[in-house]
Design a protein around this ligand. Structure first.
Ligand code: NAD
Length: 544
């Protein structure tokens, strides 16, 4: 029986961030959960068509700060499982896209309630141990941002569906908001559990079915999300979870004639390679696949001489080093006028040298380990390069130790060359490079900032002077999709700062917003004429 009501979810408020203060109940719970998760090794199957699949081709999840310690083993998908996942998605689609939209959304809202409530400590513990986040970084990502994605997208979807064209006495016009024709391929990165959940969930909420390949180092937390979605009532086959080797799975999925969309977050290089493959396969597809990708960044802090000293130092330290700089939005280049540099240099040096670093279980640590050996090696290569260069000087940090975990001291490099390698390339680690510009060179510094990196994700200006803020806004119009005034360039909040950038940073479809959801919908315009014409002739044809 059809439901005749016109229903709308109220605009949600953001999920509160718990403090984990000394003596709090949440602190006790997460400490217990960390002990529990450390003391076992779980086995993670693929989840295809609602069924667990074990391939025997195994990968391991190790704790980044304790890399000999395995906490999970997961099965990897091959071509056979990819075929099964696509078939399951296409089968589930028949019923899922016909389901009333608010009933679909209710499943994701139930998942949000489970994450915010009974599974809060689980999802945090898996993110902290598997992806090396401290409790605060995990809480704002794996719990709050994920809950916000699920809650806000349900609301935004209702806003889209409400949008209808004009009609008249003789004509009824209507927009029907169909799901895409085919399946969506979601490919997620390691660094945000929330993005892992959102990439498959956003298209699914709009009636699509999804093949989801999570990042290998995030499989633990991402698997918990899948289990929670199942518990919330997600029908079999709507999202199919297939961990495994990126290129092997990706290349094969992109050959499917039923590919209707790619929802990607990760590096620029991988997204570009996927785009090229889609281009090469274009004759095979039944429809033009929608390509949505949020990719790398080389995010900037532009300081003006009117910047307040402590505000600038805090923006640099938090912006560059939280989660070891492994945020697409992390501040990794800064432009500071000479006089201001003299004023902040010692404070910045002392603050960075004193940042506590160690395991996530010790809550006094601000800095933890980087994700894995490959990242450790890539980041330390950049620091070695800077150490050896006559154009660069290490101001703080510059050391590392991988005996127990992948630890790299937060590192500040100063260079006299605004085009120095570490001023332009994404490092994705705890490395900040500073270019000190002449006190009267603000305009030139803005131009340099705009021109010297291919990316355009986030950036900020730290200035009390209003005209300096305005100049930055104008010169850097296309240099960042998320622009901050007197704040660090990280920590966008769903519903407040819709997130994404352009140039080499992505398609700027703004995750967790109406703009993103629109990409997963293929509208059909309906027109019904109530009083159809009965004669082909028009009045202009008569001369008398
Ligand atoms: P990555 O590109 O290495 O991996 C992302 C995903 O792509 C993983 O699931 C990986 O297995 C998969 N993959 C790898 N090769 C593939 C291929 N050929 N075909 C299909 N899939 C393939 O990125 P990462 O190291 O997980 O994440 C870090 C990167 O993500 C950084 O560049 C960062 O800036 C970016 N990022 C961007 C945003 C944003 O919103 N713009 C957010 C988070 C991360």
């Amino acid at each position: 029986m059809p439901d005749n009501s016109v229903f709308a979810f109220a605009r949600p408020t953001n999920e509160p961030v718990f403090s984990y203060a000394a003596g709090s109940e949440e602190k006790r719970q997460i400490k217990d959960k960390l002990v529990e998760f450390r003391s076992k090794v779980i086995e993670i199957p693929l989840l295809v068509g609602g069924k667990e699949i074990r391939t025997g081709n195994m990968g391991e999840i190790r704790i980044p700060h304790n890399h000999r310690h395995v906490i999970a083993r997961y099965h990897k998908a091959g071509k056979k499982e990819v075929d099964m996942a696509i078939a399951a998605a296409m089968e589930a689609k028949k019923r899922w896209e016909k389901m009333q939209w608010d009933r679909r959304a209710a499943i994701f809202k139930k998942a949000a309630a489970l994450i915010a409530g009974p599974y809060r400590a689980d999802i945090n513990a898996a993110t902290m141990l598997g992806q090396g986040k401290n409790i605060y970084q995990s809480e704002i990502d794996a719990v709050c941002e994920l809950v916000d994605f699920l809650e806000f997208n349900a609301y935004f979807l209702g806003e889209i569906y409400k949008e209808q064209p004009d009609s008249s006495r003789d004509i009824i016009n209507q927009m029907e908001y169909r799901a895409l024709e085919g399946f969506v391929f979601a490919v997620s990165p390691f660094n945000f559990t929330a993005i892992g959940g959102n990439l498959p969930a956003a298209p699914a909420m709009a009636g699509n079915t999804v093949v989801w390949k999570p990042a290998s180092t995030a499989v633990y937390s991402n698997y918990l999300i899948m289990k929670i979605l199942q518990e919330a009532g997600l029908p079999a086959g709507v999202i199919n979870f297939i961990p495994g080797q990126g290129a092997q799975i990706g290349d094969y999925v992109l050959e499917s004639p039923d590919l209707a969309g790619v929802h990607f977050t990760g590096s620029t290089e991988v997204f570009r390679s996927m785009w090229k493959k889609v281009g090469g396969n274009i004759d095979k597809y039944k429809t033009y696949p929608r390509l949505v990708g949020e990719t790398g960044g080389k995010d900037f802090v532009m300081a003006h001489s009117s910047a307040e000293k402590d505000e600038l130092v805090t923006a640099l330290v938090r912006g560059a080093f939280e989660y070891q700089g492994q945020k697409c939005s992390a501040a990794s280049r800064a432009y500071i006028p000479a006089g201001k540099w003299e004023e902040i240099k010692e404070t910045l040096q002392n603050t960075v040298e004193n940042l506590a670093m160690g395991p996530v279980e010790d809550f006094t640590n601000f800095i933890n380990a980087v994700i894995d050996r490959a990242s450790f090696e890539k980041i330390t290569e950049y620091i070695k390069y800077a150490k050896a260069s006559p154009e660069a000087e290490i101001i703080a940090g510059g050391n590392w130790d991988d005996a127990e975990g992948y630890f790299i001291r937060p590192t500040v490099i100063k260079t006299g060359n605004p085009k120095f390698q570490t001023m332009q390339e994404e490092i994705f680690g705890p490395v900040l490079t500073i270019y000190v510009y002449p006190d009267d060179g603000y305009d030139d510094a803005l131009a340099l900032c705009n021109e010297t990196s291919p990316y355009a994700l986030t950036g900020c200006v730290i200035a009390r002077d209003k005209s300096a803020q305005q100049k930055a806004l104008e010169t850097l119009t296309h240099a960042a999709g998320n622009f901050y005034i007197n704040d660090k360039p990280t920590a966008a909040v769903v519903g407040q700062q819709p997130f994404g950038g352009s140039r080499a940073s992505g398609t700027n479809d703004k995750a967790g917003s109406i703009w993103n959801l629109i990409r997963w919908i293929s509208p059909r315009a309906l027109k019904e004429t109530l009083n159809p014409p009965r004669d082909y002739r028009y009045p202009f044809m008569e001369e008398k």
